[in-house]
Design a protein around this ligand. Structure first.
Ligand code: C6P
Length: 405
């Protein structure tokens, strides 16, 4: 068995048939499948260790707390966080970005201030900023992209004026696969004193991420895109910034002391984690980190890069394919149109052949608008995909062409 085949065998969902055909799963950008190790870790916790965390003196509560906090330690190490205090557990990228918009930016923004994003962003990295701008009178400004799907760096740098209080930018575009040159972008922002939030939802599952080397201020990501359970995620932030931020939600666990006169908030990171958290999901996410680290993120990155090149080559050879997004550097994702077939029709015909892709606007409507399209078909890769998956995609596209001819 080759390496990718061995990895694939770790994911039980991938061995089933869909509509009488072997499943070809090319929708990991929407949500990745989970390896047996993650499924087992969650089931073991539910079966043997379940209790609330941080609250009980009894054995099960200690066990649950150790497993939950152990996952935080694994995640902190995985992205090279300076300390576990900087690792806030959230429900996903969306919550992480909203937390920064409301807790970091809202108290800071004033009429005339600006928040800078790009045309490439997912709605989760647009709407929270629109909301906070409306609340404060600040202005949302947007750096343009070109026809290949690259952010125009000169324009982005020109927009980094002295009124900009935050740059929020994706690591990898979910719609086009563009990998932004974060090193150059963050360096420019640093020189101008602009804090940077990176939406890492599509970065973390596919490449090594080191927040210290990136030198950003916040990095947000989701558990379910990195082979963990849904409803889990992370906000990493610089300790000095997190310290100065007020809590985002109030409730149990985020306090040290409550009275009607005065409430004392808990220390980092618990100040931001009100209420009973997603304990089982986070424990599963810890198991996903173990799984990824056992393979090695660099190996995963190399495997996926080679597969992405293969996918681009094979798709480009299909008559009638238009690749949407041909950025200088791409990862894991390729959007496309086939002749004038509506992406939803294409997705349905592919599903009949066991091929799962995503179709539509991919929660990135401005990207679609910039290409003058209502949506695209999108194939996205995970570590378990192999050249045979791409071959099946191409065969299914050829069949769709025959059907529509
Ligand atoms: N993109 C896709 O099919 P949540 O829903 O919070 O886990 O992740 C939101 C999110 C934020 N940023 C980027 C770059 C993303 O890709 C996503 C989720 C999925 O592309 C579902 S819309």
């Amino acid at each position: 068995m080759n390496t990718a085949n061995a990895w694939r065998a770790d994911f039980p969902a991938l061995s089933q048939e869909i509509n009488g055909q072997p499943l070809t799963y090319l929708d990991s950008a929407a949500s990745a499948q989970q390896p047996q190790a993650v499924i087992d870790a969650v089931a073991r916790y539910q079966r043997e260790d379940h209790a609330n965390v941080h609250r009980g003196v009894h054995t099960l509560s200690h066990r649950a707390t150790d497993l939950y906090e152990g996952a935080r330690d694994k995640l902190a190490k995985f992205i090279n966080a300076g300390s576990r205090s900087e690792l806030v557990l959230t429900s996903g990228t969306t919550e992480s970005i909203n937390l920064v918009a409301q807790s970091y930016c809202r108290p800071l923004l004033q009429l005339g201030d600006q928040v800078l994003i790009t045309w490439l962003e997912h709605h989760s990295n647009i709407v929270p900023w629109q909301l906070v701008c409306e609340q404060t009178g600040a202005e949302l400004i947007v750096a343009p992209i070109n026809d290949d799907g690259d952010v125009l760096l000169d324009e982005l740098f020109d927009l980094m004026g002295e009124r900009v209080r935050m740059l929020a930018i994706g690591h990898v575009s979910n719609a086009l696969g563009t990998v932004n040159p974060l090193d150059k972008i963050i360096q420019q922002a640093r020189e101008k004193g602009i804090p940077v939030l990176v939406d890492g939802a599509q970065g973390v599952p596919h490449m090594p991420v080191d927040v210290a080397a990136l030198d950003c201020d916040f990095y947000a990501f989701s558990g379910h895109k990195m082979f963990g359970p849904t409803g889990t995620g992370v906000l990493w932030g610089r300790e000095a910034l997190l310290e100065q931020m007020p809590p985002y939600k109030g409730g149990g666990d985020m306090i040290l002391e409550v009275s009607f006169d005065n409430t004392v908030f808990n220390e980092l990171p618990y100040k931001f984690e009100a209420g009973t958290p997603n304990i089982s999901g986070t424990i599963g996410l810890g198991a996903a980190v173990d799984y990824l680290q056992n393979i090695g993120m660099q190996r995963i990155h190399e495997h996926e890069s080679a597969l992405h090149s293969y996918m681009v080559e094979k798709l480009s050879a299909v008559d009638g394919i238009r690749r949407v997004g041909q950025a200088t550097s791409q990862a894991s994702v390729q959007s496309f149109m086939l002749d004038d077939i509506h992406p939803h029709d294409l997705g349905t015909i592919l599903d009949h052949q066991g091929v799962a892709i995503r179709t539509g606007h991919h929660c990135a409507m401005p990207v679609m608008q910039s290409f003058g399209l209502p949506g695209t078909a999108r194939a996205s890769l995970g570590l378990y995909n192999q050249p045979e998956d791409v071959d099946r995609l191409v065969a299914a596209l050829e069949k769709a062409k025959q059907i529509f001819a």
